[in-house]
Design a protein around this ligand. Structure first.
Ligand SMILES: *Cc1c(COP(=O)(O)O)cnc(C)c1O
Length: 453
């Protein structure tokens, strides 16, 4: 028997313990833990054993490259981590890239608020319990003129909460022109049904009049809902009802009007691409009783849903059992607090980068273009995120010769850079990249083009 074992080609393979004891594998154990690495060591050895059987013996080199093979297996099993990416697409609120970037000044405050305890729900003055919403409510009221505010996990949650707390199980009246789907499964009819309300459609796809709403109001009506169509436009022979008119009808009938503003634009902006977007303060001023919007679109904050308006209605939302399921985490509150304070102060946010100072921006683009061997051409940037989808913002960008292969190499780089192709060239729009990242971008492009340094 012993001689037979010695003849077995698998005998020359090392034991699991011996592999685990190797310095390179010990480093993997420190990074990824003994359990996961142990599983992958067994898996790598099993593969080697099969190869040895097939090839009639584990060669003396069988262990060479074993640590590398194990590292690959471990990383495949874990999957890639979330990574910082340079967004050079010129689309600021890029849903695939996490939507609104936080202002670096706000991001810098986060580690200290989340790596230990914070006074999320504690009044430091008297030691009593405080509401996690109180800071956001105060700031949102200051910024929009709302009586009250509550924050949910995202705008879909804010809308669902408002409908569940204020309208369900009654009827909600919506124009047929606003029964929209807003990316990734947010569909107004399905949201209303999920929140327990009955949808009553009025008007037609392209035209809805005040009388359509008036006629649809019945004994079971609990809410009028107006939805900003965001990523969708009806053009041509169209008619909609102004908020002030709809609010007048709602008041007359003792019904609340909820407006889904969508983007979290607190106050009107002058830029032509945003001038048509009704802000939350304008909607409240026009008589809307409740307005909801996203935290991570035009607001420039974390994923969150803002719900602002009349005190009594907000209180119903705040006290509804679903609120507990839909409220944001302290991470989101920490970021939201910082961003809202910047809004109060009128401090710049990454959104402002879409309309940079022309002279200094042109110089910045020219410098990056020169550093990467590209040229400067004119191209369009977009707000994105369903806000002002059709309104381009013209400006200089970096153009490089190259197509899909270069795009892929840039994505695979460190840091990954996401650009886009246009007319056979690769474009990099710096309006969605922080100037502080220019050096990293230049270096990554150099590596991707094979001309580092
Ligand atoms: C974006 C948007 C939503 C969804 O908001 P989330 O924050 O992604 O949940 C809902 N309604 C409108 C009008 C929107 O623009």
């Amino acid at each position: 028997m012993p001689s037979q074992q010695a003849a077995d080609p698998r005998r020359r393979l090392p034991s699991v313990d011996r592999v685990l004891a190797a310095p390179e594998v010990q480093r993997l154990v420190e990074l990824y833990g003994r359990e996961l690495v142990g599983v992958q060591v067994r898996s790598a050895l099993a593969t080697l054993r099969e190869e040895a059987l097939r090839e009639g013996g584990a060669g003396p080199g069988a262990e060479a490259g074993l640590a590398e093979r194990i590292r690959r297996l471990v990383e495949e099993a874990l999957g890639p981590p979330l990574r910082r990416v340079l967004n050079a697409t010129g689309v600021l609120l890029h849903t695939n890239l996490g939507r609104a970037p936080l202002a670096p000044e706000v991001a810098a405050t986060l580690p200290g608020l989340v790596d230990a305890a914070c006074d999320l729900e504690l009044e430091l003055a008297d030691g009593r319990r405080g509401d996690r919403n109180r800071r956001a409510e105060r700031l949102l009221s200051l910024l929009t003129g709302a009586e009250a505010a509550v924050v949910a996990n995202n705008n879909a949650a804010a809308l669902a909460l408002a409908v569940a707390a204020v309208a369900a199980p009654g009827e909600v009246i919506v124009s047929r022109g606003e029964l929209v789907e807003i990316g990734g499964s947010f569909r107004i009819p399905e949201m209303l049904a999920a929140a327990g309300a009955r949808l009553v459609e009025v008007g037609t796809t392209n035209r809805t009049r005040l009388d359509d709403y008036r006629r649809a109001i019945g004994p079971d009506t609990r809410m009028l809902l107006k939805v900003h169509p965001s990523n969708y436009r009806i053009v041509g022979f169209t008619a909609g009802v102004a908020i002030a008119q709809l609010a007048g009808l709602a008041r007359e009938r003792g019904l609340p009007l909820l407006v889904d503003e969508g983007a979290g634009l607190l106050r009107p902006r002058r830029e032509p691409q945003l001038a048509d977007h009704p802000s939350i303060s304008e909607l409240l001023g026009a008589g809307a009783h409740l307005v909801c919007g996203s935290g991570d679109k035009l607001l420039g904050g974390p994923q969150a849903g803002l719900l602002v308006g009349a005190r009594e209605l907000v209180a119903r939302c705040r006290n509804h059992p679903l609120y507990r399921a839909l409220r944001p985490s302290r991470l989101a509150y920490a970021a939201l607090d910082g961003v809202l304070r910047r809004h109060v102060a009128g401090a710049p946010l990454p959104l402002d980068g879409l309309w940079p100072q022309p002279e200094s921006h042109r110089a910045r683009v020219a410098a990056v273009a020169a550093a990467v061997g590209g040229e400067v051409i004119e191209a369009d940037a977009y707000v994105g995120g369903g806000a002002a989808p059709e309104a381009p913002i013209r400006g200089p960008v970096v153009a490089l010769p190259g197509e899909d292969a270069l795009l892929a190499r840039l994505r695979a780089g460190e840091p990954p850079v996401v650009g886009y192709l246009r007319d056979g060239r690769l474009l990099l729009d710096l309006r969605t990249v922080a100037a502080a990242d220019d050096a990293a971008l230049v270096a990554a492009v150099g590596v991707a083009r094979g001309t580092p340094g």
